[in-house]
Design a binder for this molecule. Structure first.
Ligand code: GLA
Length: 648
């Protein structure tokens, strides 16, 4: 059975509304709701005084209604009494401003009082509800991702650095502290990157990001271990927020959860939203698979997202299509933020499955359609298989955007999104893979702007190509070692031999000043002087300082092929190049012209266009219930899920 439901906050409503909630959940086919995410103040109104009566009634009521409960620990939003009692547990910005309670996420994850209070709360909840029959999953906290720069953090950062480097000498070397007289003679001098005069040390900034991810992970693990101890057998997770601002290495975190759970809110509408959904789902599936667990879309919007200055409303049909976009790519369901729209509070205009207008609304009707559909799809199972992969490494992204890089316009997420977007548009299903992963199952591996890479990972990538793999690497890759220090002898240091090129000069491009290429395409953002040391040029720069020098190259390396892109191609040209490389590598796109994803034996067809699309298929369309004999027509904005013939 798929998870279908959303964040449910009954504490915001009088109890009379609860019965209507359960009746409407049953009507919509809701199977699970997430309870308690922001309930700390209602569960512990003053320090040590717990009020669980209301939550007892909620869980019992949901159980009686046949709705499963994903029970959250409410530690993302400590109540006002907590901050007043423990002012040292309030976060401090890099500028030294200590924040005040009044919003959410206002805590320092390194403050002992906060960590103690979180463990206590997890213990109380697990002790009371660990065996409740409605409980299906634990949901620790909410979207870990806060930062603090206080003295507790300074101490924890130093502990983390000692464990990483062992000695100050090693740290001084890794951070190149001989530069600008930053050399440390005592651990006590080492601080988080607080506001300073000019550019901070890039090694310090990179390690702080790594530390923040590990420190928050340690806070999660403490709660998880309490829940596992008192509530054995119930899966534990936490919901991952996605986006460049999130200081979390999700691939690393995935190894510590029983289910990878993501929240996903596209920052665009229309087809661009569908592309973002495919990317988020492919990331989640890939993190989960590498960790040997499943994954679930824990939150998405039912309609409008409240984003200051921007309206991001969903078009009719998108609630269903977006949900199936995730399910097609392996999600164990489609959950929403939130069940019922609140009357007040900062997110009162954030959409909900039950909007302010109530159930007599388009959104609620679509929710009912989705509920029925997910029930009809309950036999869907199996994994998604891709023969093209994009290499993803959060830490390389952090390092490549650190202080003092040659171009602020080289953004890691942009590079990842562009590679995924053009492959998606060409019809390829894409996995993400990690620098330390086995690449041998992929026909083509794309490496976008991987600034930092270890020697071991570079060797593994080289071995993949040498034994017949196909590789496409884009500019600003292989530049630095694991400490973020530049590799010498010409760029892209770690990949020079594999790519058969040597770069002796970067020439980042100003905004809107593209360079022309011999193919008639143009390059943006970046250019560089490329020398061939074994590769052949397939496109050259035309005009300007780089006139005639190689822009795109191809190198036969061992039994494989390695391509290099020294500039950012526009989407159509990049798409052509990757599609050609993929086809040459033997990858076959399943079905261009529509979003087509095979999950196990089931073929998901999502039509994001305004025209019907006809696709070859055979079996039964589980959406219409009709047999499919050779072709299926997917209506404009519609979906089809074809079960193969002979399925019992
Ligand atoms: C996140 C949070 C929710 C809510 C939504 C709004 O996903 O987890 O509590 O704030 O964003 O988009």
């Amino acid at each position: 059975m798929f998870y279908f439901g959303g964040d449910y906050n009954p504490e915001q409503w009088p109890e009379e509304v609860w019965a209507e909630d359960v009746a409407l959940m049953r009507l919509a086919g809701v199977t699970a709701v997430t309870v308690g995410v922001f309930s700390w103040a209602m569960l512990e109104p003053t320090e040590g005084r717990y009020e669980f009566g209301w939550l007892d009634r909620v869980l019992d009521m949901l159980h009686d209604g046949g709705i499963r409960v994903v029970l959250a620990t409410p530690t993302a939003s400590p109540p006002p009494w907590f901050s007043l009692a423990h002012p040292d547990a309030l976060p401090v910005t890099a500028d030294g401003v200590r924040l005040t309670h009044g919003s959410r996420d206002t805590y320092c994850a390194s403050a002992p009082a906060y960590r103690d209070a979180c463990r206590r709360m997890a213990r109380e909840l697990a002790g009371r509800y660990g065996g409740h029959p409605a409980l299906t999953m634990w949901h620790v906290h909410n979207e870990y991702g806060t930062r603090c720069h206080c003295d507790h953090v300074a101490e924890a950062f130093r502990r983390w650095l000692r464990a990483r480097y062992g000695s100050l000498d090693r740290l001084n070397d890794a951070w190149t502290t001989a530069f600008w007289s930053q050399w440390y003679s005592d651990w006590a001098q080492v601080l988080p990157p607080r506001a300073t005069q000019y550019l901070p040390n890039p090694g310090q900034v990179l390690d702080f990001r790594r530390f923040v991810s590990d420190e928050l992970l340690a806070a999660y693990i403490e709660q998880r271990d309490v829940l596992r101890e008192l509530s054995p057998g119930v899966p534990v997770t936490t919901n991952f927020a996605l986006g460049g601002w999130v200081p979390i290495d999700h691939a690393r975190w995935a190894r510590e959860v029983d289910v990878v759970a993501i929240d996903h809110y596209p920052s665009a509408t229309g087809p661009a939203a569908a592309e973002q959904i495919a990317l988020a789902a492919d990331l989640a599936r890939s993190w989960a698979r590498a960790a040997g667990v499943g994954w679930l879309l824990m939150e998405q919007a039912a309609g409008m997202v409240y984003t200051p200055g921007r309206i991001l409303a969903k078009a009719p049909g998108e609630l269903v299509r977006h949900s199936l976009g995730h399910v097609a790519r392996g999600s164990q369901g489609a959950m929403f933020f939130q069940w019922r729209a609140p009357r007040g509070g900062a997110e009162r205009f954030h959409s909900a499955l039950v909007p302010h207008a109530g159930p007599a609304s388009r959104v609620f009707q679509e929710a009912c359609t989705l509920g029925t559909l997910l029930r009809d799809l309950s036999t869907v199972d199996g994994d998604v298989v891709a023969d093209v992969a994009i290499l993803w490494d959060a830490q390389a992204g952090w390092a490549g955007e650190g202080p003092g890089v040659p171009s602020e316009d080289v953004r890691y997420l942009d590079a990842i999104e562009a590679a995924h977007r053009v492959l998606y548009r060409a019809g390829f299903t894409v996995d993400f893979t990690a620098p330390d992963a086995d690449l041998s199952g992929y026909r083509l591996v794309v490496v976008p702007s991987l600034y930092l890479v270890s020697d071991a990972a570079a060797a593994r990538i080289g071995g993949y190509v040498a034994s017949g793999g196909h590789l496409v690497v884009s500019f600003f890759s292989g530049i630095a070692d694991v400490d973020g220090r530049v590799r010498l002898g010409g760029h892209p240091g770690a990949f020079r031999d594999i790519l058969g090129v040597r770069v002796d000069e970067f020439r980042p491009l100003p905004p809107d000043e593209p360079v022309k290429l011999s193919t008639g395409d143009s390059g943006q953002v970046w250019s560089e002087h490329v020398q061939l040391i074994g590769a052949t040029a397939v496109a050259s720069y035309t005009g300007g300082v780089l006139d005639g020098s190689p822009a795109v190259t191809r190198h036969e390396f061992g039994a494989g092929v390695a391509w290099y892109l020294s500039t950012r191609l526009d989407d159509p040209a990049y798409g052509r190049l990757l599609a050609d490389a993929a086809r040459a590598a033997g990858a076959v796109p399943p079905q261009p012209g529509i979003e087509a994803v095979r999950r196990g034996s089931w073929l998901f067809l999502l039509n994001h266009s305004d025209e019907p699309v006809t696709v070859p298929a055979a079996g039964v369309d589980l959406v219409t219930g009709r047999p499919v004999d050779g072709t299926v027509e997917v209506p404009a904005g519609g979906v089809a899920v074809v079960r193969p013939p002979g399925f019992v």
